[in-house]
Design a binder for this molecule. Structure first.
Ligand code: FES
Ligand SMILES: [Fe+2]
Length: 288
């Protein structure tokens, strides 16, 4: 069952981090890490509620946004696992201080807050200090248990987020590089090898494309999601659709149409040429 964004009552809460309140919370402990990403990618990731059930599928089964903006978001989330109850989560960002606070408003762990201070140490390197806090006093034993669970969960969440953020940065860098690259036909590979493998992903001046053998013919489509540049070169589902692993948007590879109506269609692919047993993409020439 998909969640829906209900509980608009939570929208009466302030949309800014109350730093003064932190001293009134019980400090449980922290988790520190160095990450190979820019501050821009990190804040974008914090604001991105939509990736939780896709990139962190072992932690979250579903999410529905109540409200979101540059200030942060509130959402109803369901943890992964049998019988997990819904939680209302709130994330508030203080852009000036590169600081964000996540609060569990209802459900399991209600009253737990996770405050993160990020610090840039290079263009694409930051450190994070993730502090776990509780608004309700917890006995020592319980506090230790919560801390151990949260430290373990955050280590996994950041492993998954680093993979996403590094891949997104690489996709942005690729796109910038391709703007300057010259046109020209690009070898995909031997037709027999691509047919046997089922698909191949190729970079050319116009973008990154996936060439697939359908069993009866070739299909070429952009391998770059129009939402936030996620990779679309994974396996097809039985209806000929491909789902982006970052936020779950689905596309028809034959037409490029977004099947959820949530973002634009894929960029038109270049023509595919077969010559002497080899396949080539021809940028600038659209597929007929
Ligand atoms: S990048 Fe968001 S669904 Fe593809
Ligand atoms: Fe994440």
């Amino acid at each position: 069952m998909r969640l829906t964004g209900r509980d608009r009552a939570f929208n009466t809460r302030p949309d800014a981090v109350d730093h003064g309140r932190v001293a009134t919370l019980q400090y449980l402990g922290n988790y520190e890490r160095r990450l190979p990403v820019s501050m821009e990618r990190m804040l974008e990731n914090a604001l991105d509620w939509e990736h939780l059930p896709h990139v962190h599928a072992s932690s979250f089964a579903d999410i529905a946004c109540i409200d979101s903006g540059r200030w942060g978001w509130r959402a109803v989330a369901r943890a992964a696992g049998e019988g997990a109850e819904d939680q209302v989560l709130e994330l508030l960002v203080d852009h000036e201080r590169s600081y964000w606070a996540t609060t569990v408003l209802t459900g399991a762990l209600a009253g737990i807050e996770i405050h993160t201070q990020a610090t840039a140490i290079g263009d694409r390197e930051i450190t994070i200090d993730v502090r776990f806090l509780s608004s309700a006093p917890l006995a020592e034993e319980l506090a230790r248990l919560y801390l151990a669970g949260l430290q373990q969960q955050y280590a996994l969440l950041y492993d998954e987020d680093v993979a996403l953020m590094v891949a997104r940065q690489a996709a942005l860098d690729d796109r910038a590089r391709r703007r300057d690259a010259g046109a020209g036909r690009v070898l995909v590979g031997s037709a027999a090898a691509v047919r046997a493998a089922g698909r191949a992903t190729v970079e050319c001046a116009g973008g990154r494309y996936c060439v697939r053998w359908s069993g009866s013919g070739w299909v070429v489509h952009s391998a770059v999601c129009t939402h936030q540049l996620g990779p679309l070169d994974g396996a097809l589902d039985e209806d000929g659709g491909v789902t982006c692993p970052w936020h779950g948007y689905r596309f028809d590879v034959a037409t490029g149409a977004n099947l959820d109506g949530r973002c634009q269609a894929l960029a038109a692919p270049p023509a595919l040429e077969e010559s002497e047993g080899r396949l080539y993409l021809v940028p600038g020439a659209a597929t007929p």
